[in-house]
Design a protein around this ligand. Sequence first.
Ligand code: ZN
Length: 219
Amino acid sequence: MTDKETARVEWNSYRRSAKSRPVLKVLKEMNGQRQRCVYCCDSRSADVDHFTPIAVDYAQAFTWPNFILVCPECNRKKGARFPRDNEGNPLIINPTREDPWEFLILDTKTGYLAARFLEEDFDPKGESTVEIISCINHEAVVEGRRRIIARYYEAVDCLLSSGDPKNSTGKLLREIREDEHGIGSWFARREGKEEPCFSELKTRFPSIWRRFVREACSA
Ligand SMILES: [Zn+2]
């Protein structure tokens, strides 16, 4: 057996054994209360995936920073696919270390994620992530995003039209806590902040805006 095959066999045996349970438990805790898949934010995150696949680098089969918690579908889609650029850097987003909004944009009308367009072409990392982990744009996932987006709009509108905006702030902050997809950070520090209602919130209630930004970016 080659070293790669040995690493695969050892990993499979470890994964099926009770010894892997504490690792899974810690990873789930790190993914927050709802234990969502790091890619599609689905609640069924149950698989420990190797960000750098064993087939690509067997030496990282038991390396803690190489573990990410994903749902079975994202795990299957990603598999051993691991495109890299000419310098060998991965062309797939690692959400545990990178801000996905650097490479992706959110269409707030449809809920779809797409590769960010740079000066002349689409961001290669965003492009290959959307293509390989295609579940991030599955209908149910997109619908979940649309629901969260609608709730944010409603909370901001309520705040803007309220005679007592301080009392309505709680509703907006609650949305951040309920936001399973991390969309608050899109509105707080990416293109979403230019949308009329968020722009108005920033101008009319700067202290509430700052609190929203702080909480959305640390969620
Ligand atoms: Zn997933």
